[in-house]
Write a protein that binds this ligand. Structure first.
Ligand code: UD1
Ligand code: UDP
Length: 362
């Protein structure tokens, strides 16, 4: 069995790391195909270094562009590599343009596709990610659903039962494998002057928020109100897309501490010790739930409803007063939820399923 692991962005590198580690441990025939969707040091390279991941055999260096331009370039590049390497299975993870291109290029060549994090739905077709995840599922032969809920969604859409495997989410593996290491590393909070302070951690990068002036300014106004109300520091490692849009709209982040995107170990430290996290990130909604940190999601929907059900997360949207009210709600809550995303062995489980399917083990 030959596996092609296709990824291109920060969350995919992080969430694929447990699978790649398992391939290395078992000495499997696999290779990494990096699309180059993310390319800045702190959105890409830093994760290879700190997670000690093997180098990608290919990097398509596709970079940024419109959705069609970016996805089109990836399709062309991925197809060439797959024709040369002839893998038995292509693995993609999540909902980015890289995922769509990897799944589509593979299925059209008759190569089997495995979608890690299958069956997530926001039911919001204005999100590019929703289109990507629905289409990737359609192209897939192996649907690795993180939870029973995502399995039920796939069954409800008519996917055959035999294609769906409930594995847990590899984000749990990534958190468990790296949390202890992160605690031993130098303290990010000392470096950022947060020691001895209560702080809130913010990440906002989603297209429908930061490319929309009203929503982005609503979020920033909400953060300002929070600072006035709670008097605590707010730290925002700002994604390059959001940084660009802040300038385009001429918005002011007021007293929010804007810092460059952090490495994973540093970010985990900050996340685990934050009083509250406010985010529009998918991965951060999951990680806060795993770490036992209350989360306010700056969106009107989520494809991670498990976090709402266990009570680790609440949807606030982007209206300033609603953000404050939801922050108060979460700060007043007792932290006693169970992690619904699995036991931290999803990576090994996924690799085992593939080995069985391809007759390597019985
Ligand atoms: C992409 C994913 C999103 C995911 C996010 C993870 C799609 C449609 N979106 O969004 O689902 O949550 O990655 O972070 O695939 N840029 C840099 N350096 C980089 C990468 C991007 O400066 O290394 C800047 C460029 O100005 C670029 C912009 O960020 O135009 C957006 O990058 P892009 O990859 O198109 O989308 P993301 O917003 O990163
Ligand atoms: N992350 C990080 N540094 C940061 C912000 C986030 O390492 O400064 C990690 C975070 O721990 C999570 C992942 O990036 O594992 C989430 O990625 P992102 O929010 O970019 O994408 P999404 O999950 O929304 O697709």
């Amino acid at each position: 069995m030959k596996i092609s692991v296709v990824f291109g962005t920060r969350p995919e590198i992080i969430k694929f790391s447990p699978i790649v580690r398992e391939c290395v441990r078992l000495g499997l025939d696999y290779f990494i195909l990096h699309t180059g969707q993310h390319y800045s040091y702190n959105m890409d390279r830093v994760f290879f270094e700190e997670l000690e991941l093997p180098e990608a055999r290919y990097n398509l260096d596709v970079g940024s562009g419109s959705h069609a331009e970016q996805t089109g370039k990836m399709l062309v590049g991925i197809e060439k590599v797959l024709q040369k390497e002839k893998p038995d299975v292509v693995l993609v993870e999540g909902d980015t343009n890289t995922v769509l291109a990897g799944a589509l290029a593979a299925v059209k060549l008759g190569v089997k596709v495995g979608h890690v994090e299958a069956g997530l739905r926001s039911y919001d077709d204005e999100m590019p990610e929703e289109i990507n995840r629905v289409l990737a599922d359609r192209c897939s032969h192996f649907l690795f659903a993180p939870t029973e809920k995502s399995r039920q969604i796939l069954l409800g859409e008519g996917f055959s039962e035999g294609k769906i495997f409930v594995t847990g989410n590899t984000v749990v593996d990534a958190v468990y494998q790296n949390l202890e290491v992160s605690k031993k590393k130098g303290s990010v909070s000392t470096r950022l002057g947060l020691d001895g302070h209560d702080y809130f951690l913010v990440t906002v990068h989603r297209q429908e928020n930061v490319d929309n002036e009203k929503r982005f300014s609503g979020i920033l106004e909400g953060l300002k109100l929070l600072q006035e109300e709670f008097g605590c520091k707010i730290v925002y490692p700002i994604h390059p897309r959001a940084k660009k849009q802040l300038k385009v709209f001429g918005l002011d982040a007021n007293d929010v501490m804007l810092v460059e995107p952090l490495n994973f170990l540093g970010f985990l430290q900050l996340e685990a010790n934050a009083k509250l996290v406010l985010t529009d990130s998918g991965g951060v909604q999951e990680e806060t739930c795993i770490l036992g940190v209350p989360c306010v999601t700056l969106r009107y929907n989520t494809e991670r409803p498990e976090t709402l059900e266990v009570g680790s997360n609440v949807l606030a949207g982007t209206e300033p007063k609603e953000i404050v009210s939801k922050a108060k709600l979460m700060l007043g809550k007792e932290i006693k939820w169970a992690n619904p995303f699995g036991d931290g062995k999803a990576g090994a489980r996924i690799v085992d399923i593939l080995r069985k399917e391809f007759g390597q083990i019985s």
